[in-house]
Ligand binder design. Structure first.
Ligand code: AMP
Length: 446
């Protein structure tokens, strides 16, 4: 029988790597709390039309990458329905905002999420079919100040602080403004006109986009089309005064707090809902060299750590009230790859976490008392690996030496007297410790 494996583009996350995942998630929760964000958890699957309407039919995500299925009705009272595993989370958050009438509070909603997303992309380093995003959204009625450029700058400053606190070095922020809903048609018309004489020389995908959604041509990653794309009109030349002033205010607020950025007039990002500010944080650099091989880029061909932007019309596109917003999504997988690569280059590598003690019952009759002692120690906050009375002493020592700082021996004598034998592997010292002093004695060094 062939053995079963995780599906292409998905993977298992195992300890000790999951420690790093938890650290990144905990840092996000801690930093976002300082900006007064609360957590939202939306379902992993939604009605397909949410993404078709929200993300845009012509985007790569919706046209090629979604996991969609027809969910059969189970009862007369149910209808069959087209469902989709979420490829991103902003549409779900905005749906929840509308559904729960969060706008009626009159306040800004500041919501963050952490969870898996699904896209049928071609798997490669840093790109998976199930991947994790940490994201946040600031959304609310215009009266709550949701359109203010200060919100954009605050989100960007929060991201810069998060990456710094996490210890990611060498990140770059690039910004652009893709204009408002009223700037967009003028620019799209200009793009269409500029594309008409040249599109015949572009890839089939871009030829199609040039017809259906010319803005998406700018997202193209097709190197053969780059030279043509470089000659296309820039959106900055089509912004109205309000959009220009908005963008200038975002930049001024970032300047004031010392967050460095660059401007990339081609940054439109792959989702239709963006208006005005769009941004990306990238990380360059190479993984450290191994045995004479050249260093490889930390994120392979993918250098975007995170991306986001403003989506002033999304709520209305989904049938909700006017609720401008700004948000971002970062690839948790890519944050981890970056941290791992940067740690490899650093002089000290983090040591694996050892248990405070391995508890070895010396014989099956001592298994139950050992569980009771382990319970006592764990309730004092200690990390305990519980052995098995069927193990020979030598085997217990061998395992304990790999997993723990100490071994506790629980034989008949120890059980009867309540005085345990403890050996510390670092010092080689063996001591007798009464049960009620054990937790104190096993505390990890500061
Ligand atoms: P997007 O939702 O496309 O704006 O992507 C936001 C961020 O999610 C990107 O900058 C990546 O870090 C991450 N991301 C998007 N797609 C993938 C994927 N297939 N695998 C891993 N990370 C991804």
């Amino acid at each position: 029988m062939t053995s079963l494996k995780a599906v292409r583009g998905t993977r298992d996350l195992l300890p000790p790597e999951t420690e790093l995942w938890n650290r990144v998630e905990a840092t996000a929760r801690r930093v976002f709390a300082r900006y007064n964000f609360g957590e939202i958890r939306t379902p992993i699957f939604e009605d397909t039309s949410l993404f078709a309407r929200g993300v845009g039919e012509e985007t790569d995500i919706v046209s090629k990458e979604m996991y969609t299925w027809e969910d059969r009705a189970r009862a007369q009272s149910e209808k069959s329905q087209s469902l989709t595993l979420r490829p991103e989370n902003t549409a779900g958050v905005v749906r929840a905002y509308i559904e729960h009438k969060l706008g009626d509070t009159g306040l800004l909603q500041k919501l963050y999420y952490i969870g898996p997303q699904f896209r049928r992309e071609r798997p490669q380093k840093g790109r998976y079919r199930q991947f994790w995003q940490i994201g946040a959204e600031v959304i609310g009625p215009p009266s709550a100040g949701s359109e203010s450029p200060l919100r954009d700058a605050e989100v960007l400053e929060m991201l810069a602080s998060f990456l710094d606190e996490l210890g990611i070095t060498g990140w770059t922020l690039v910004l652009n403004s893709v204009g408002s809903a009223s700037d967009r048609p003028k620019y799209v018309a200009a793009l269409r006109e500029a594309l008409a004489p040249v599109k015949g020389r572009m890839s089939p995908d871009n030829q199609r986009r040039a017809e259906t959604n010319p803005l998406r041509v700018l997202d193209s990653k097709d190197p053969a089309d780059e030279a043509i794309i470089a000659t296309l009109p820039k959106i900055a030349d089509y912004l109205d005064d309000e959009s220009k002033a908005h963008f200038a205010a975002v930049c001024a607020a970032l300047d004031a707090c010392g967050v460095k950025y660059g401007i990339n007039p081609r940054l439109v990002r792959g989702l239709d809902y963006y208006t005005r500010t769009t941004f990306e944080f990238t990380v360059g650099g190479l993984s450290p060299q191994r045995a004479g091989a050249p260093g490889t880029p930390i994120l392979g061909a993918q250098n975007a750590l995170l991306g986001g932007g403003r989506y002033d019309g999304l709520s209305e596109m989904l049938g909700g009230p006017k609720a401008p917003g700004i948000g971002f999504a970062m690839g948790l997988d890519r944050l981890i790859l970056t941290l791992q690569a940067q740690a490899e280059g650093a002089p000290e590598k983090s040591a694996p976490v050892l248990a405070d003690a391995f508890l070895a019952p010396l014989g099956a009759a001592l298994d139950a008392p050992a569980l009771s002692l382990a319970r006592h120690l764990r309730r004092q906050g200690l990390r305990i690996e519980l052995g098995d009375g069927a193990f020979r002493l030598k085997k217990s020592f061998e395992i304990a030496n790999k997993l723990a700082r100490n071994i506790i021996l629980l034989g008949e004598d120890e059980h009867a007297s309540g005085i345990l034998t403890v050996k510390n592997f670092a010092t080689g010292e063996q001591t007798k410790i009464p049960r009620d002093q054990l937790a104190q004695a096993l505390q990890p060094p500061e």
